[in-house]
Design a protein around this ligand. Sequence first.
Ligand SMILES: Cc1cc2nc3c(=O)[nH]c(=O)nc-3n(C[C@H](O)[C@H](O)[C@H](O)COP(=O)(O)O)c2cc1C
Length: 211
Amino acid sequence: MKKELQEAREEYTMAHLGLQNAAEHPLDQFKEWFTAYRKVAQRDYNAMVLSTASPGNRPSSRVVLLKGIDKGGFEFFTNYTSAKGRQIDQNPYVALNFYWPELERQVRIEGCAERISAQESEAYFNSRPAGSRIGAIASPQSEVIDREELEKQVEALAQLEESELKRPENWGGYRVMPNLFEFWQGRESRLHDRIQYLPKGEKWIKQRLAP
Ligand SMILES: Cc1cc2nc3c(=O)[nH]c(=O)nc-3n(C[C@H](O)[C@H](O)[C@H](O)COP(=O)(O)O)c2cc1C
């Protein structure tokens, strides 16, 4: 196993990213790459790794789905009392990571997570299929549970009228307001392109980082 892993390597040859051709605004660069990835992804093209840190600075990561780019930030939905929600309450600094192997690309984002408004969460919750709404209501995300109990709870909720499936107060969206972007494009012989954006006043500055 170890030998196979040590010998596993890919060559990256598909594209280049330079300071000149990277967009002036990182959100424009993100949207360009995201649109390209959407066309080739097999599934879950909007999946991203969200990393949070506990107040004691212990990091943890999990996948969530990007559900919008709005007001300059990246939105996802979850349970506010889940492990990640509790961590964000105490330490709003988070990181997002998108890995798009079909395009030999990675995008890293760091920023601050803030809750979106209750109205915005409500609007998205109500747009979800009944099954997803039931799941969100029934699941005390990140708690230790008994699967049978969870299924009983789901069965009971399934008897209700759809209009009764209301958003629980502890379920809603976060918006990650970015303060760092890095766009990584794989290149030959590990000489990858890495373009970092940092905010400077109202604008962003672009820099090339060593691979
Ligand atoms: C493809 C995929 C998409 C997911 N999307 C979400 C999501 O949008 N929101 C969410 O709360 N959990 C989502 N999850 C589950 C999380 O990875 C995680 O198990 C859950 O949020 C609990 O994390 P926590 O205990 O760290 O809070 C997804 C998992 C996968 C694999």
